[in-house]
Design a protein around this ligand. Structure first.
Ligand SMILES: [Fe+2]
Length: 485
């Protein structure tokens, strides 16, 4: 162990015999350790609760709480804090009991000071090794966590995961993510479960400390027992022992803050935990910014493509609102069929964009009041393929393409463009086929008036196994509160 490491180490020496306490303290102090003296167990507990302590050296036999009582308390408070017990020869059994309770080592009085120095040094080295191992295992977890975060593009999911990992890695009791809104005010976005709900984080200490961390672009740690908070930040709430806040930032921008707490009667955050959480917060900030950019780009593409869908409807006055309606029916039906959230989102946009290829179909054909010639119908049949070509250059829409391409396939294989049948047709396309047909039948068309819903339901029922997947028709009729016949 280097001298500099010793100088950063804090030891509590506990002995009711003040002279012994002073001798040990001044010897260890001469080796470079920082020493706190306690003449009884209660004094020692106060020091351990309020300071960052690396080792406790305690006498066993003391008035009031014994060294064994103190050892029991320490092992509950912080199982990793090493304790060396000292005892006179007649109580060797007690020393053995102490070892069983988790003491690192023991000293038998009378002892040489060199022996004290050696045992303390060995305990420190072992703890350093354990701390390094702990750091290593946390770094491995951290690496796994940042991999997961960087591959998550959904902001809500990303926030939930980030907070969950932060609370676990730092062994906090609770945490909250706060983000700056456009007016530069902090909004609590995600919090841990009750009792640490949103209003808990409205406390002026958390709000002002989070703002301080954001403005200074650095983390801040506060402890209930120390009054070293920057000016203007009030005391922590009564039930909080320690609190840390990390700014969430990119090189150009401040996004918000990650807040973590430990409740009273728990140990303060260690340096390792602070460092690990700091790295996690930096990595997560990049993932959050990326997810925001990703969502922005996706929203912009969607707006553009929605514009295409509207342009199609502008060409074909009878289909005004058709795509939006198909989208609504499709989402309700997909939910009823218990599709996953991801599949529902996919089918929702496919519903909106299914006819986008009609932009390439002659307007006169789209609006023709009479029956279409074979040649004209051939042109109409091009629209699924055209739609796929329009969307194919936008990576966000890759997963929609099979649904759009096959929304006019028939369950019996008689549809277009590829004549797929039954399970060959993507399930989403079989759903779209039903909702698209229902919406079309119940709207006015150039060649006929809108049908009443009941007539459309009958046609859907009749077309089970022909045009439509019977399971999807049943589900649709069910969701529209019609009993299937
Ligand atoms: Fe279509």
């Amino acid at each position: 162990m280097t001298d500099s490491t010793i100088q950063n180490r804090h030891i509590v020496v506990v002995d009711d015999e003040q002279s012994i306490c002073e001798i040990i303290a001044s010897y260890l102090s001469s080796l470079g350790y920082t020493i706190y003296k306690a003449f009884n167990a209660d004094n020692a507990i106060e020091i351990i609760k309020n300071r960052k302590i690396d080792l406790v050296l305690t006498d066993i036999k003391m008035p009031g709480k014994s060294g064994i009582d103190l050892l029991r308390w320490i092992k509950e408070f912080n199982p990793f804090l090493p304790v060396i017990i000292s005892t006179g020869f007649p109580t060797l059994d007690t020393a053995i009991k102490g070892l069983k309770l988790g003491a690192y080592d023991y000293l038998t009085k009378p002892f040489h000071l060199e022996e004290v120095g050696q045992k303390v040094l060995r305990a420190m080295q072992t703890c350093q090794l354990e701390e390094d191992n702990l750091l290593f295992s946390r770094l491995v977890s951290l690496h796994e966590v940042t991999k997961v975060l960087s591959s998550t593009h959904d902001i809500v999911e990303l926030n939930n995961r980030f907070l969950d990992y932060s609370v676990k890695l730092s062994r906090s009791n609770a945490g909250a993510l706060m983000y700056l809104n456009e007016a530069h005010r902090l909004i609590t976005s995600v919090t841990s479960p009750p009792p640490f709900h949103d209003s808990f984080w409205d406390h002026p200490t958390f709000q002002s400390a989070a703002m301080w961390a954001i403005e200074n672009r650095e983390s801040l740690a506060l402890n209930a027992s120390r009054n070293d908070a920057p000016e203007g930040i009030p005391q922590l709430p009564e039930n909080v022992q320690s609190y840390i806040v990390f700014p969430l930032k990119t090189p150009k921008k401040s996004l918000g803050a990650l807040n973590l707490i430990r409740v009273q009667d728990s140990i303060s955050f260690s340096n390792v935990e602070l460092e690990i959480t700091n790295v996690l917060a930096s990595q997560a900030s990049i993932s959050i910014e990326n997810a925001r950019l990703y969502q922005n780009i996706r929203d912009n593409y969607l707006k553009t493509i929605r514009g295409f869908a509207l342009a199609v409807e502008a060409k074909d006055k009878y289909t005004l609102g058709h795509s939006e309606n198909v989208m609504k029916y499709t989402v309700v039906l997909a939910r009823h069929l218990n599709l996953s959230d991801g599949e529902i989102e996919q089918i929702k946009y496919a519903g909106l964009l299914h006819d986008v290829g009609k932009i390439g179909v002659d307007e006169a054909i789209l609006n023709k009041p009479g029956k279409l010639s074979i040649k004209e119908f051939e042109q109409i049949k091009q629209h699924p393929d055209l739609g796929c070509r329009i969307l194919s250059d936008v990576p966000f829409f890759d997963s929609l393409i099979p649904l759009i391409r096959h929304h006019h396939e028939y369950f019996n294989g008689q549809g277009y463009p590829d004549g797929l049948a039954k399970e060959e047709i993507p399930f989403g396309a079989r759903i779209l086929s039903v909702t698209d047909a229902f919406e079309a039948m119940t709207s006015n068309r150039p060649y006929r008036k809108a049908m009443p819903n009941e007539v459309a339901y009958e046609i859907l029922s009749k077309e089970k196994d022909n045009q439509f997947d019977p399971t999807v028709v049943e589900a649709f009729l069910d969701v529209m509160k019609v009993s299937s016949t």
